[in-house]
Design a protein around this ligand. Structure first.
Ligand SMILES: NCCOCCOCCNC(=O)c1ccc(S(N)(=O)=O)cc1
Ligand SMILES: [Zn+2]
Length: 265
């Protein structure tokens, strides 16, 4: 697979302008991808996901200029993920979303090319093998990210606390305290059915360190809740030109012969 990203894909209008590297390490296990459902391979060895999140580890919410992140205290094994395709215990460090300017697109992964209006990523790092996120992010088995598709429908009561905090972090670089939020409320009711594959971060440094776990069942949020995501800005308060934070997803990457496994038949 191409070692150098086609420069064009970084310059399409749909795509935030990145200073990101045009040559990514390896380049044959990049994310996101389209999941071709009928080509995924059922693996009976895949276990149910086991999340154990402690809302007391929730610390802050901030706008990093790509998305907004809800960050957790990951100095101990308090909010953890294990099971699924994972051999080790992983610590939750943050979650964030990707979304479009319209409800017609916005997700990074797709199911048989089907786009969703947004996608949630819960980011964890391997605390059995590494002592810091920054270490794990450079290693093959360093990270595990749970992806959950969002659909527009009924209002998501658990999400509203987060939506209400967004106006305070409109600009890139703004941060506010955000506590006692249980990310488990953002998981679908069925967490036994998922696809998993080896991939990468979808924003710089694009390192190929992620075991992706993409949930089959989506969650629903209201049109208005998603509209508040789009009220965020890519730009900091000092910049003259304010740019709406929308379409903060990466273009899809070649599968390069990888197998996507499913936990369900
Ligand atoms: N900058 C050089 C080294 O950086 C190491 C730390 O990288 C931190 C920034 N990126 C991330 O943490 C990060 C985390 C998750 C995802 S994603 N969208 O793949 O879930 C993308 C990016
Ligand atoms: Zn992401």
């Amino acid at each position: 697979c191409s070692k150098v990203q086609e420069a064009g894909e970084y310059n399409t209008k749909m795509h935030p302008m990145w200073q990101g590297p045009l040559v990514v390490p390896g380049g044959d296990r990049q994310s996101p991808i389209d999941i071709v459902v009928r080509k995924s391979v059922f693996d009976s060895e895949l276990k149910p996901l086991l999340t154990n999140y402690d809302p007391r580890t929730c610390q802050q919410i901030w706008n990093n200029g790509y998305s907004f992140l809800v960050e957790y205290d990951d100095t101990a094994d308090k909010s953890t993920l294990e099971g699924g395709p994972l051999q080790d215990k992983f610590r939750l460090c943050q979650f964030h979303f990707h979304w479009g300017e319209s409800n017609a697109w916005g997700s990074e992964h797709t199911l048989d090319r089907r786009l969703f209006p947004a996608e949630l990523h819960l980011v964890h790092w391997n605390s059995n093998k590494y002592s810091l996120f920054e270490e794990a992010v450079m290693e093959e088995n360093g990270l595990a990210v749970i992806g959950v598709f969002l659909k527009v429908g009924k209002r998501h009561e658990g999400l509203q606390k987060l939506v209400d905090a967004l106006p305070a972090i409109r600009h890139k670089g703004s941060v506010v305290e955000f506590t006692k939020f249980d990310p488990a409320c953002l998981l679908p009711t069925n967490t036994d059915d998922y696809w998993t594959y080896h991939g990468s971060l979808t924003t710089p440094p694009l390192t190929e360190s992620v075991t992706w776990i993409v949930m089959k069942q989506h969650i629903e949020v209201s049109h208005d809740q998603l509209a508040v995501f789009r009220s965020l800005l890519f730009t900091s308060a000092e910049e003259e030109i304010q740019r709406s934070m929308v379409n903060n997803f990466r273009v899809q990457q070649p599968l390069c012969g990888r197998t996507v496994r499913s936990s369900f038949s």
